[in-house]
Design a protein around this ligand. Structure first.
Ligand code: CMC
Length: 454
């Protein structure tokens, strides 16, 4: 039997002493000693000094694999897109702090930055915006698909199916180069996903579809497609457009999160981009991931219905026998306040004040945060509000219905998925993603005919 033994830091800097069979020495070279045999493994250092042991030759050298359920300690790639430090609460896209982007950029500009690696010049940004407008219409035949989904179908299910269906409506163009084909697909996706999201909302309500307009910006166009109607023309408020831009910027990428990992994994089988993004949408749907923004509001509503006292919910979240968790709290990487949540909280306060909106759920959220942050359980477990804690209140203020919240996240995450997919396609070291396992089932045994089974 073989098992990793917890190591204590040794007396020599950079050396880790292990008690029995395994010893790991980390300096510039990494040596792993198992049962007296030494294996040399490369040490990889990132831009910010973060270190990893490259174990890709471990099995061929030693027959050993590593086991890391949930991949909490496993890097799946080298990436130059997003940097985050969960201990310090840092998030940067292509090196630029999220605070600066939220303050000064737009979602379209941030999408360009993520996908192309640099901020666009004015001309590049104009061209990109024109292209997004040019591709914003959806094939009319796709409306039949939308109309035939059962009423009450979740918009995330609809969106993932429709994104996958885009390949059938927009097949590969053999006359253009692969690079051009990717650029067209990327632009189509960014532009059409927003149209499809608004379209699914209108159709679900039995309302007339509103087409995209050439004269509107990305976020304004989306709000208009969602809320304009022949009987009540929609007035586009600048505050709403600004808040939506920040919301999407904050969601635009988050390195190797569950849905991005899904996009990269599915994409590694070299499927088309639409199929890979569709997989990402499905992963995002889950309440532990993107679905948490909807779950937060549902939780706040239940607290409100129960009189507004947060204490019983805090107690339930701490009770190990109760599966209830405080939604919008905790994060796999952030062990401090999520920097996106800090920004979202400010946006939320500013928007509600400016638009003179009063939302009782905001008061409950504030109270919940205050009580949880003082509670030793939450302190000891490093549980702080994450991005989803305040986003739901902003989305409600914009008029977005609850079941569309995760769709809003998906539109925002699209540039991240696309840039991560592109990076993986261009990576010369890229391989089909295929994890291994440790089998713990039955040993070999014989087939028993059905009449002899008990
Ligand atoms: N409420 C109560 N306890 C919690 C919570 C919570 N929200 N989150 C984690 N814990 C506890 C958990 O019970 C466990 O306790 P113990 O060690 O005593 O058994 C410990 O903290 C570690 O939990 P974990 O599930 O191993 O941690 P993880 O890193 O796998 O999970 C998480 C991260 C986000 C899934 C989790 O914190 C959670 O379920 N949060 C609520 C859902 C949520 O808000 N998700 C949105 C994440 S941010 C948006 C995004 O990027 O998708």
């Amino acid at each position: 039997m073989f098992g990793m033994i917890p190591c204590e830091k040794g007396p020599i800097p950079g050396e880790y002493q292990c008690i029995e069979r395994i010893r790991l020495e980390m300096s510039r070279k990494t040596r792993l000693i198992v049962d007296g045999k030494t294996y040399e493994l490369p040490l990889v250092t990132g831009t910010e000094g973060e270190k990893a042991i490259d174990i890709s030759s471990l099995r061929s050298q030693s027959g050993l694999i590593t086991l890391d359920v949930g991949f909490a300690n496993t890097g799946s790639c080298k990436s130059s897109i997003t940097y985050m430090d969960g201990e310090k609460g840092i998030l940067r896209y292509r090196g630029i702090p999220i605070e600066q982007l939220a303050e000064r950029s737009t979602f379209v500009e941030t999408a360009y930055l993520l996908i192309n690696g640099e901020l666009p010049t004015r001309k590049q940004l104009n061209n990109f915006s024109v292209l997004l407008n040019d591709h914003s219409l959806v094939h009319e035949d796709m409306r039949q698909f939308f109309e035939n989904f059962p009423r009450g179908a979740h918009p995330m299910g609809i969106l993932s199916s429709m994104v996958n269906a885009l390949r059938a409506f927009y097949p590969e163009i053999p006359e253009i180069s692969e690079e051009e084909e990717i650029n067209v697909t990327v632009t189509r996706l960014l532009s059409k996903v927003r149209t499809m999201a608004a379209m699914s909302y209108k159709i679900s309500r039995g309302h007339k579809v509103v087409y995209p307009r050439h004269d509107l910006t990305y976020a304004a166009n989306f709000l208009n497609m969602m809320f304009d109607s022949p009987v009540r023309p929609y007035r586009i408020e600048e505050e709403y457009v600004d808040a939506l831009n920040v919301f999407w910027i904050l969601h635009a990428d988050h390195e190797q999160n569950c849905s991005t990992a899904a996009v990269r994994l599915v994409g590694s089988a070299r499927v088309n981009l639409y199929a890979a993004i569709s997989a990402g949408i499905c992963a995002l749907w889950g309440p532990l991931h993107g679905g948490a923004n909807q779950a937060v509001i549902e939780m706040l509503m239940v607290i409100e219905e129960n009189g507004g006292d947060v204490t019983p919910f805090i107690e339930r979240a701490k009770d190990k026998k109760d599966p209830f968790r405080l939604m919008g709290f905790g994060h796999r990487v952030y062990k401090t306040y999520d920097p996106r949540a800090k920004i979202m909280k400010k946006v939320c306060d500013r928007l509600l004040k400016k638009m003179k909106i009063s939302d009782p759920l905001l008061d409950i959220a504030r109270k919940l945060e205050e009580v949880a942050l003082k509670d030793s359980y939450f302190k000891d477990h490093d549980l702080y509000p994450n991005v989803d804690f305040y986003t739901g209140i902003v989305l409600r203020a914009l008029g977005i219905p609850l079941n569309m919240f995760t769709v809003m996240f998906a539109i925002g995450r699209l540039p991240g998925w696309i840039s991560q997919w592109k990076e993986s396609m261009d990576d010369p070291a890229w391989r089909l993603q295929r994890p291994r396992q440790i089998y713990v089932g039955n040993g070999k045994r014989d087939y028993v005919p059905i009449d002899k089974r008990r």
